[in-house]
Write a protein that binds this ligand. Structure first.
Ligand code: 6PG
Length: 471
């Protein structure tokens, strides 16, 4: 095929995400070519694309690669893990120097580093680009978080900027940093997503159990919240969920869904890596643990029979709703604060040189954690590029200060009522601990030194000390 007739962009993996993404590319005036081993998926794409000069596809890898203009830009939207390595190895023999492979899946960041080094040796560029927004986002505009070779970014930038979601006209994509920076940022995005989902569901639990709100009222409450400072994709879809009738004709669908949450691993990776870095992200940790507790349904049902549970004390509905709004706002801030703190630290540790203001900026539209709050978060990091934790920003001191007393009241009410609020109470204790100049960990140091001669530092003089305790 003549170079000028070739396609601008290649996409491997024509599942829902891949098909939607490639159609989005084509909608934006780039000629796109897809590849999948499944003939039905190839046929479906060609049909939906309408004009094969704009969107074409093949089941044969040589045909696919040959159809692309050089340097080739080939995006993979395939399941994370081994499949990515297999696809890369299948592509390599057909590629030319300086071609670019972009992994758009939720790959683990160290896999991305390994793949980047492997492809570099072969004269090829590699991007780990987190893509957020689900199937609709892929079709209409996702938030894209690319990391990898800076020089090669210029080649993919026009396509990414065209297909990405726009916030007030600005594309929700930016070059984030070298190596696995993009995958890492997407991983932490998902950790924050887990935290926000857990918090949203806890507040729902409180409103239905203590406030006796029915699904119509819950819809109203979340819908109203979405018009205010809690405006966010997750609050918006939550409002919508309460309205959805059961397609089997049995009331509202949400009441028919089994309370066992699944997970694909990105939230867990965020927690695990935060532990490795030594950065506390307890709201994300607890969100992962809650999915695990939820999975123990049979055990929970048995245990429920063994213990009494207090009846929630009477509470004014409006007062409960108002406190719940404050609690959700406060705890969303804690979830972002923890995730961004992790990013700030990872940036130093892995040499990503992340600009957290830019990350907040490209999260404002398209992605699952998009929210009005990100505007303030962006502002906080733009004002102070060295800001580690959002809680240190004057913009947030004010917001947190104005809500925390009602959060305390709500957490204590929930505890008295036996309604589990692990995410919310955790967000509160994280705040209390992070903002305490004195914690009781002096005692832990004493215990460590007592039983294991692990030494301690003193508040009144420099040095490392050990004491023969009880001597
Ligand atoms: C996104 C999402 C997406 C993720 C799902 C499911 O940003 O579009 O984060 O990448 O795969 O949210 O994740 P779990 O199955 O782990 O809940």
């Amino acid at each position: 095929m003549e170079q000028q007739n070739r396609y601008d962009f290649g996409l491997v993996g024509l599942g829902v995400m891949g098909r939607n993404f490639i159609l989005n590319v084509a909608d934006n005036g780039f000629k796109a070519f897809g590849y999948d081993l499944d003939e039905e998926k190839v046929a479906a794409l060609k049909k939906e694309g309408g004009d094969t000069e704009k969107v074409n596809a093949a089941t044969d890898i040589a045909t696919f690669v040959a159809a692309l203009a050089t340097p080739r830009k080939i995006m993979l939207l395939v399941p994370a893990g081994k499949v990515v390595d297999i696809v890369i190895d299948n592509l390599i023999p057909h590629l030319s120097k300086d071609d670019i492979i972009i992994d758009g899946g939720n790959s683990f960041f160290t896999d991305t580093d390994r793949r980047e080094a492997y492809l570099k040796e072969k004269g090829l560029h590699f991007f780990g680009a987190g893509v957020s927004g689900g199937a609709k986002g892929a079709r209409k505009g996702p938030s894209i978080m690319p990391g990898g070779s800076k020089s090669a970014y210029a080649e993919v930038q026009p396509v990414f900027e065209a297909v990405a979601a726009k916030f007030k006209g600005e594309p929700c994509v930016a070059y984030l940093g070298p190596k696995s920076a993009g995958n890492y940022v997407k991983m932490v995005h998902n950790g924050i997503e887990y935290g926000m989902m857990q918090l949203t569901s806890e507040i729902y639990d409180l409103l239905r159990k203590a406030g006796k709100l029915d699904n119509d009222e819950l819809h109203e409450v979340y819908n109203t919240w979405n018009q205010g400072r809690l405006q966010s994709f997750l609050v918006e879809i939550t409002a919508e969920i309460f309205k959805q009738d059961d397609d089997k004709g049995n009331g509202r669908l949400v009441d028919k869904i089994l309370d066992k949450a699944k997970q694909k691993g990105t939230g867990k990776w965020t927690s695990q890596n935060a532990m490795d870095l030594g950065i506390p992200v307890p709201t994300i940790d607890i969100a992962v643990s809650m999915r695990e507790i939820s999975a123990l349904k049979e055990e929970r049902v048995l245990a429920d029979k063994l213990y009494d549970r207090p009846t929630p004390a009477a509470i004014d509905k409006n007062e409960l709703i108002n406190k719940a709004e404050e609690a959700l706002f406060f705890s969303f801030i804690m979830a972002y604060a923890q995730g961004l703190h992790q990013l700030a630290d990872a940036s130093n540790e892995y040499g990503y040189d992340l600009d957290l203001g830019v990350i907040a900026k490209i999260w404002r539209a398209g992605c699952i954690i998009r929210a009005g709050l990100l505007e303030d978060i962006m502002e906080a990091y733009n004002r102070d590029r060295k800001l580690g934790n959002l809680l240190a920003s004057p913009i947030f001191v004010e917001k947190v200060q104005a809500t925390v007393s009602r959060v305390r009241a709500l957490v204590s009410y929930a505890a008295q009522s036996g309604i589990p609020m692990p995410g919310l109470s955790n967000a509160l204790t994280y705040f209390d601990a992070y903002t305490s100049s004195h914690l009781p960990l002096n005692l832990i140091q004493a215990q460590r030194d007592h039983f294991g001669s692990h030494t301690y530092e003193r508040v009144d003089m420099e040095g490392i000390f050990h004491t023969e305790w009880g001597a």
